[in-house]
Design a protein around this ligand. Structure first.
Ligand SMILES: CC(C)(COP(=O)(O)OP(=O)(O)OC[C@H]1O[C@@H](n2cnc3c(N)ncnc32)[C@H](O)[C@@H]1OP(=O)(O)O)[C@@H](O)C(=O)NCCC(=O)NCCS
Length: 435
């Protein structure tokens, strides 16, 4: 019988990237494959699975978040690692060992059966850890998920983190009734008879929030976009001016966008998730530009300038992974609280879709995530044609309260988020980046 060991993948050098057209190291292929297999099983598609090169670039980027990738590896791969002299054997009960040269030690992605990607914020929210955990469908119910979770929990405690968050994906909202778990917000129903739900509950997580994942099919009729934009510009009046850019924030807007990103972190509805205000400055905005580029992605961003004050008061951000030219992710959307009710949410979203159509005509769908209780953002999205596609559960495991001791538990992941507009928001990918 195979022995399965948990190993830590060393972090690549800063700025590491895998050139397009070259075969990615097996470990990053495995990370991608496992997530993609899990998503296909639940949702029927793998749009949310970052390509291996993007995962490698993201892992190398450790500036604002300490990231750790734990892999559940069969003895086959492990034996290769030992034979190659890069690592000594260790049991699953002592999983902290690292493979020093993953590209050589693991050559077959199929020998990696599961992963846990742990993110610990360094710039703010230093009390939190986030985990994205998945096991190959063919390797489930053998304790691999639980073994990964125990190592995540051990590390989160050792780092002094007081809570761990994670997301689970579900094809649809559960019917009302005894088989549905409802978060304290009252918005969203997650099926109890579901592997992720059972796993999360078995490991001490509580369901804090339900998120609606919606998809907009492209192209949107250009006359509709122009009509929404004209309507919104008329409602907003002459004090507001659209400002747009792609891929790199203009110097003059770095501070203004940093301020909007900071506000985003406190304005979105986070329910009982223990998210605290994020710390943003011009350098972090530039870091985000560079992280997106290194991950093989481009972006379009539309903001609104309040002309009398020269400040930015609204923005929305769409990110396009170049390896998946049909796929677009909605990142943050925010209208400053002092400027809501003037159709600025509709304005930025319509104008950004116009820019997207010009920048990436091959785009066929935009995916967005909204807290179920974020009525204002959802209303705009529904009006524009976003259709509910799946449900996510936002889970939190407290490490600092009695009763939440060590049992096993788990997690999932994701990407962008649609934030507040005329009132509301979304649960942000806690890393503050795309995820
Ligand atoms: C959730 C997941 C990680 C579990 O992985 P796993 O290797 O099967 O986990 P384990 O074998 O350690 O199972 C731990 C417990 O989870 C629960 N569980 C997992 N799958 C289950 C299922 N199909 N039915 C009932 N309970 C299940 C059980 O409590 C199980 O304990 P048991 O086998 O003693 O009954 C896996 O199903 C997965 O990758 N799903 C897709 C990604 C995901 O949802 N991640 C977690 C988000 S919270």
């Amino acid at each position: 019988m195979d022995t399965i060991r948990i190993v830590e993948l060393p972090v690549p050098a800063p700025g590491t990237s895998i050139p397009a057209g070259t075969r990615p190291p097996a470990v990053y292929q495995a990370w991608h494959d496992i997530f993609a297999e899990s998503m296909v099983e639940i949702l029927g598609h793998d749009d949310f699975a970052d390509p291996p090169a993007a995962l490698a670039a993201g892992y190398a980027d450790q500036k604002h978040t300490r990231k750790t990738l734990l892999l559940a590896v069969t003895t086959t791969a492990r034996d290769r690692a030992v034979a190659a002299g890069v690592e000594a054997a260790a049991a699953v009960t002592d999983p902290a060992d690292a493979i020093t040269d993953p590209a050589d030690a693991i050559t077959d992605p199929a020998t990696v059966l599961g992963y846990a990607a742990v993110s610990m914020p360094l710039t703010d929210n230093t009390h939190l850890a986030h985990v994205d955990l998945a096991v190959r469908p063919a390797a489930r119910r053998r304790g691999i998920g639980g073994a990964l979770w125990r190592e995540v929990e051990r590390r989160a405690r050792a780092a002094g983190r007081s809570a761990v968050t994670t997301w689970s994906s579900h094809a649809s909202e559960a019917p009302e009734g005894a088989g549905a778990l409802v978060p304290p917000t009252g918005a969203g129903r997650i099926a109890t008879d579901d592997p992720a739900t059972r796993f999360a509950l078995a490991h001490g997580f509580s369901l804090e929030q339900g998120e609606r994942q919606s998809t907009l099919r492209l192209p949107v009729d250009p006359s509709l976009l122009a009509g929404w934009r004209a309507e919104a510009e008329a409602a907003a009046g002459g004090d507001y001016r659209v400002v747009q850019w792609q891929d790199r924030t203009p110097e003059r807007w770095l501070d203004a966008l940093a301020e909007l990103q900071r506000r985003m972190s406190v304005d979105v509805p986070v329910a009982g998730l223990d998210f605290q205000e994020e710390v943003w400055d011009a350098a972090r905005v530039r870091d985000m530009d560079e992280d997106i580029a290194r991950a093989g992605q481009r972006y379009v961003l539309t903001a609104v300038e309040h002309v009398p004050t020269g400040s930015l008061v609204a923005f929305t951000h769409l990110v396009m992974p170049q390896a998946q030219p049909e796929v677009v992710f909605q990142y943050n959307t925010l209208v400053h609280g002092d400027h809501r009710g003037r159709r600025l949410g509709l304005l930025v979203k319509a104008a950004n879709l116009q820019l997207l159509a010009a920048a990436q005509p091959a785009a066929r769908r935009v995916h967005t995530w909204n807290a179920g209780e974020n009525a204002h953002m959802l209303a705009i999205n529904v009006r524009m044609g976003f259709v509910l596609a799946s449900i996510e559960g936002a889970w939190q495991r407290r490490l600092d309260v009695a009763g939440a001791t060590s049992a096993p538990a788990e997690i999932t992941s994701h990407v962008g988020t649609d934030g507040a507009t005329a009132d509301g928001p979304l649960a942000a990918a806690p890393t503050g980046t795309a995820a």
